[in-house]
Design a protein around this ligand. Structure first.
Ligand SMILES: NC(=O)c1ccc[n+]([C@@H]2O[C@H](COP(=O)([O-])OP(=O)(O)OC[C@H]3O[C@@H](n4cnc5c(N)ncnc54)[C@H](OP(=O)(O)O)[C@@H]3O)[C@@H](O)[C@H]2O)c1
Length: 532
């Protein structure tokens, strides 16, 4: 067991009950309560912590599960988390508030019982009322053995802990809308599976990695990867094990976001901290690195801004506690059924912004977004190898000649790997009804309209064009770390890059034309010689 290495700074729950907590059922629900969050350092987790501490200032404590990572112990990681750019630059929370409200408990979701020390476990058992389980491995290509530990064992341990909490009001498990992606429509319910989580964990104990991986076809039910399979198993576990020993049901709900993207409104527009998912693809397109992808431009891109997800989690926890029920409620936090945007629109809005507000790192003008049914496999093949791979070698040669470190081939290889993993999801389309979230929006509209505004989660209000424009500016600011002040110089650079690229294209096509003409003439000469 790990020693209680990390601070447990004095319980400094604010005694100043704010006006907002008096008038807001959601805020008052969180007042003077302690929360346990797994995955707090992740994309969704950070936004959740920020929103909770900003709008529910009377929260007693947020305990976050933290593991040592990359040579850093949890004490250092907690300090980095508190001081991270996201909290400080958004300007709504100061470091002293964060320090007084957040405590880390050392643990790891892949270790039985979360690897908690007795002391930390007892602290959670005595104090925590609300649990958000967001930690997971979100890699699509993790080996099954590891993925079972992350996503299934982790959920089991959190559930077991929840059953011991003396004051549990609600437990929200973060799943994914794609858990049943083998189906064209995923309703807000847990579907049966051919295997149980226990069976899979049992088999994983006895089989080596390769033998376990070979079970894929038999148990995945046509899911494309270990991620979606293990997230579905975690849901099964929750469904089947939500009774306490005394027969009482746990106040648990499952939240299923679709593709989580940058913030829509809060704490700033367009904030994102990860290149994962379609954001990274669109960024690479805007820099002129990505030119093609196997996808269907007309299909719906089911995007969901991360601030909507975190608000939904906050509201779901509140509603689950205030409306106890024996039914397990599942919330699809999705947009496609009620406010759809196509992949074409998503990429085209981003491309327009990339032309208007280019990055200084652009390597060539962004390619036109495909229309209709997208690239044919043949055109995709040639674009990939000539316009991406060959071009990357050319850039690396130029970098090498200029005395700089070649890197473009590495970037393009990584990009192709990521596109391969994403391709299943951008070539298909799903229906994700989200009636439970819409009903909750309506309920809040009637009973607490100010909370509905503060903890907004109505995707029908998103104007995608404006949102994607903000997302692009967010990529520029938070991922590329480029200040808006360099836009004029970036525009000048784009002109030169464009001129150089089009000159290169002309030279390339002229050379290919001359080579073809030369070969045809040579062949014609040979044929004539043979005849005469
Ligand atoms: N992002 C999406 O598009 C999306 C869509 C649908 C559903 N979801 C679900 O939303 C949840 C959060 O996703 P995210 O995008 O925020 O993921 P993320 O940014 O990759 O964060 C993952 C979080 O899990 C923690 N974690 C991973 N392995 C751990 C371990 N062994 N022990 C303790 N903590 C561990 C990470 O902590 P470290 O800092 O220690 O690595 C991090 O805080 C996941 O359950 C995911 O399945 C995400």
């Amino acid at each position: 067991m790990s020693p209680p290495e990390v601070d447990n700074s004095s319980m400094s729950g604010s005694t100043s009950t704010t006006m907002s907590s008096k008038s807001s059922p959601v805020t008052s629900f969180y007042a003077h309560k302690s929360i346990f969050i797994t995955g707090a350092t992740g994309f969704i987790g950070k936004v959740l912590v920020e929103k909770l501490l900003t709008h529910c200032p009377d929260i007693s404590k947020i305990y976050i599960l933290l593991r040592p990572k990359n040579g850093q112990n949890t004490r250092q990681r907690l300090e980095d988390f508190i001081q991270c750019n996201f909290f400080t630059s958004c300007g709504r929370l100061d470091v002293s508030t964060l320090r007084s409200k957040i405590s880390a408990v050392v643990g790891d979701i892949t270790v039985p019982q979360l690897g908690l020390s007795e002391e930390h476990r007892q602290t959670l058992i005595d104090n925590v009322s609300i649990v958000f389980h967001s930690a997971a491995s979100v890699k699509f290509d993790d080996p099954l053995k590891e993925c079972l530990d992350f996503n299934v064992l982790g959920t089991m341990s959190v559930m077991d802990l929840c059953k011991q909490l003396k004051k549990l009001d609600s437990f929200v498990h973060v799943s994914t809308a794609y858990a049943y992606c083998q189906l064209e429509e995923t309703e807000e319910k847990v579907y049966p599976m051919t295997v149980t989580p226990e069976q899979m964990l049992d088999v994983a104990k006895w089989l080596d990695r390769d033998s376990l991986a070979s079970l894929k076809d038999a148990v995945f039910e046509e899911r494309p990867n270990t991620y979606t399979f293990t997230k579905a198993l975690a849901e099964q576990y929750i469904k089947e094990n939500r009774q306490r020993e005394d027969g009482q049901g746990l106040p648990v709900a499952i939240a299923r976001p679709s593709i989580v993207t940058a913030t829509w409104k809060e704490p700033v527009t367009g904030w994102v901290d990860s290149y994962n998912g379609p954001g990274g693809a669109s960024l690479l397109g805007s820099l002129g690195i990505a030119r093609t992808m196997c996808f269907n431009p007309n299909n719906t891109a089911d995007l969901i801004p991360v601030d909507i997800v975190s608000n939904a989690l906050i509201n779901i926890a509140w509603y689950t506690a205030s409306h106890p029920s024996n039914d397990l409620k599942v919330y699809n936090i999705t947009s496609g059924n009620v406010n759809p945007i196509s992949w074409y629109q998503y990429l085209e809005y981003g491309r327009n912004m990339a032309i208007e507000y280019p990055s200084t790192r652009v390597v060539r003008p962004p390619a036109k977004v495909m229309t209709g049914k997208g690239h044919s496999p043949l055109s995709n093949f040639f674009t990939k190898w000539i316009s991406e791979v060959l071009f990357a070698y050319l850039i690396d040669i130029i970098l090498f000649i200029c005395g700089q470190k070649p890197m473009m081939v590495r970037v393009v290889k990584k990009m192709h790997h990521a596109f391969d993993l994403l391709s299943y999801f951008v070539r298909r389309e799903w229906k994700f009804p989200c009636n439970n979230i819409l009903s909750l929006v309506e309920f809040m509209e009637k009973t607490c309209p100010s909370d509905r505004a503060i903890f907004y989660m109505d995707v029908r209000e998103i104007n995608w064009k404006d949102y994607i424009s903000d997302c692009y500016m967010g990529f520029r600011r938070y991922l590329m770390r480029e200040p808006d002040s360099n836009i004029p110089s970036a525009k000048r650079r784009m002109k030169w890059v464009s001129l150089a690229y089009h000159t290169l294209l002309i030279v390339f096509f002229l050379s290919v034309g001359m080579m073809v003409y030369g070969s045809v003439s040579l062949a014609r000469g040979l044929v004539l010689k043979m005849i005469y």
